[in-house]
Design a protein around this ligand. Structure first.
Ligand SMILES: [Mg+2]
Length: 271
């Protein structure tokens, strides 16, 4: 049960909230809204499942279109995934995410293999993923006990053309159903860890934070269960609130609005 109180910090999803999709064009009003929030001095961070951009490139794309953000604002699934692997000495990975990030994994000290055994199979969004690549990890998962690291579990996302594409959550469900001996771990939303990391970054208690996202299922259910206030914006994946019929009422967001600029960020609003 949430206590009434004011919003002291904001945890913000990127795609569908700041920008509509992977073309990274700002949602109308979003740049001004974040700029005016920054002027209040209240803390905010970006809690992102993005696994298609290097963190520096992701922030660079947002800065280029006018958002007041730096890498210190980013709490990303990619970084948390790398931390999870390092802490367990899993250095040899099979990367099933976007091919453009393969070099980044290597630069960060991981060995990426395509046809040999590995410590972990790592899933991220990949609009070029082919079934043969999934077949290719049957050996590591079924026979070798490789861990399955899901950077996130989004079931779908909007690609560079604004089209819906199956996300790593769909592939994760398929590979998890194989029942391999390795661990199955998710580091991004909707896993709790990334939310707790975001709260630590902004330095507030859950009931002092507002989580803003375009995905009430993959993003806001966990935020609400952790005690945060939640705002569902209709500027991304879902053009209306019909998707809420798929949730129990207790998991419905506190606020539904068309875009983040509809939210008042000048008052410490009681939600
Ligand atoms: Mg989103």
């Amino acid at each position: 049960m949430k206590r009434p109180g004011s919003v002291k910090a904001y945890l913000i999803d990127i795609e569908g909230v700041l920008v509509r999709d992977k073309r990274y064009q700002p949602v109308p009003g979003a740049v001004d809204w974040l700029t005016s929030l920054a002027a209040t001095g209240r803390p905010y961070c970006l809690v992102s499942n993005n696994t298609t951009h290097r963190p520096g490139d992701l922030i660079g794309d947002l800065v280029r279109v006018g958002f007041p953000v730096t890498e210190s604002h980013l709490v990303g699934a990619l970084g948390l995934g790398m931390r999870w692997l390092r802490e367990r000495n899993r250095e040899k990975i099979r990367w099933l995410g976007t091919p453009g990030l393969e070099d980044y994994w290597r630069e960060e000290g991981f060995e990426t293999v395509t046809d040999r055994s590995c410590d972990a199979v790592v899933l991220g969004a990949n609009s070029e993923l082919e079934i043969s690549a999934l077949d290719g990890v049957l050996g590591p998962v079924l026979d070798e006990g490789a861990d399955l690291l899901c950077l996130h579990r989004n079931l779908f996302y909007l690609d560079e053309a604004g089209r819906r594409r199956l996300g790593p959550g769909a592939w994760a469900a398929a590979l998890e159903a194989l029942g391999g001996a390795g661990q199955v771990v998710t580091v991004g939303k909707p896993s709790e860890g990334i939310y707790l990391e975001g709260l630590k970054r902004v330095g507030v208690a859950p009931d002092e934070a507002l989580f803003i996202s375009d995905d009430p299922i993959s993003d806001l259910v966990t935020a609400g269960r952790l005690g945060m206030r939640t705002a569902f914006v209709l500027s991304g994946k879902y053009p209306d609130h019909g998707v809420l019929a798929r949730l129990e009422e207790i998991d419905w967001p506190d606020i539904v609005c068309s875009r983040m600029s509809d939210l008042d960020n000048q008052e410490e609003e009681t939600v």
